[in-house]
Ligand binder design. Structure first.
Ligand SMILES: [Ca+2]
Ligand SMILES: [Ca+2]
Ligand SMILES: [Ca+2]
Ligand SMILES: [Ca+2]
Length: 324
């Protein structure tokens, strides 16, 4: 069987009956991976919320401080933002994933007015862009919880499938991509809520699971929010606990732990370097209050902004994953 056929079967034919094994009806919304969000490329993070009912993005650019409203699709289909820099020009691109069909629609900053459409994934897959070849340039990829596989892009493929399969994790895990070993390329991780273990297959060891790292941190209903909070160039293992509204850090620079109480119980946690100081701010979006609540980790100052957006709008600073 040719590789492309095997991959097609893996991606489109596997049963999805294990979905109900997931986190028992509780809806968790979080940006499990971080890609930054800077549409105008001035190295200051831009805030954005997505109205999933009208497929409309509300965002503010730091370069002119203006608010923008952009409707992307005249359709009742569900599109999820998977914003990252896919063309490597330093500007975050508007890229969307259609969860029912596995279609990706890309509007790249380097090609204004043009959209690209691709298919990768199927129902129940999680879109998780990865940077495997060029630092800070992302490619589309999906993680399939039911089968415990990633479909990853292959560089400069000559023939056959443009994707390879990497086995990791399973249903009820959370998957993420982040640069844990600091070589500029995405490492692949899963977090298992039952045991609290993070398992990371690293780019520096060719994603060999036998040379991966396992760290126990968090449990149960925690929400993972990994990012480089101590600015040493390596992703830190961090989760937010809705129950006590506390962020729990392990800093990669010295393996020290830290806790910071910040946020409301029903917030969506994320992080983004909004002021360009090299350290991400803790960024909370509250969809009921329609407000941002932001903590600057360097100055310890907090900021709040209320936005006039439709009910049910979600923060769109990076990929949101939803469990129900
Ligand atoms: Ca910006
Ligand atoms: Ca771009
Ligand atoms: Ca890496
Ligand atoms: Ca770090």
């Amino acid at each position: 069987m040719k590789p492309i056929l095997i991959l097609s079967l893996l991606l489109f034919s596997l049963p999805t009956f294990l979905l109900d094994f997931k986190k028992d009806k509780l809806i968790i919304l979080a940006s499990l991976s971080n890609y930054g969000c800077d549409f105008d490329g001035d190295k200051l993070g831009d805030l954005a919320v997505w109205d999933p009912h009208k497929n409309t993005l509300y965002f503010q650019l730091t370069s002119d401080n203006k608010f923008y409203v952009k409707k992307f699709f005249d359709s009742d289909l569900n599109y999820n933002p998977v914003f990252a820099d896919y063309d490597g020009d330093g500007k975050t691109d508007f890229v969307f994933y259609q969860i029912d069909s596995g279609q990706w629609i890309s509007y790249l900053s380097s090609q204004p007015g043009i959209s690209h459409k691709m298919f990768l994934g199927a129902v129940c897959d999680h879109p998780v862009p990865v940077s495997l070849y060029t630092p800070k340039k992302y490619d589309i990829a999906v993680w399939r919880p039911n089968a415990g596989i990633w479909a990853l892009p292959i560089a400069n493929e000559q023939e056959g499938s443009p994707y390879s399969v990497h086995y990791q994790g399973g249903a009820s895990d959370s998957a993420f991509a982040g640069d844990y070993d600091g070589d500029g390329k995405s490492d692949l991780g899963i977090w298992r809520s039952e045991t609290g273990f993070w398992h990371i297959d690293k780019s520096s060891t060719k994603y060999d699971p036998n040379q991966g790292e396992s760290v126990q941190h968090g449990t149960g209903w925690d929400i993972i929010v990994p990012n480089d909070y101590d600015a040493d160039g390596k992703c830190d293992l961090v989760f937010w606990r809705p129950e006590d509204q506390t962020w729990y850090f392990i800093y990669s620079s010295n393996q020290s732990k830290n806790n910071i109480k910040f946020g409301d119980k029903d917030d969506i946690p994320s992080s983004n370097d909004l002021n360009g100081d090299g350290t991400p701010e803790l960024v909370m979006w509250n969809m009921n209050k329609k407000s941002w609540n932001i903590l600057d980790l360097k100055t310890q100052q907090t900021y709040s902004y209320k936005w006039e957006v439709p009910d049910g709008s979600l923060s769109a600073t990076s990929v949101l994953e939803k469990y129900e």
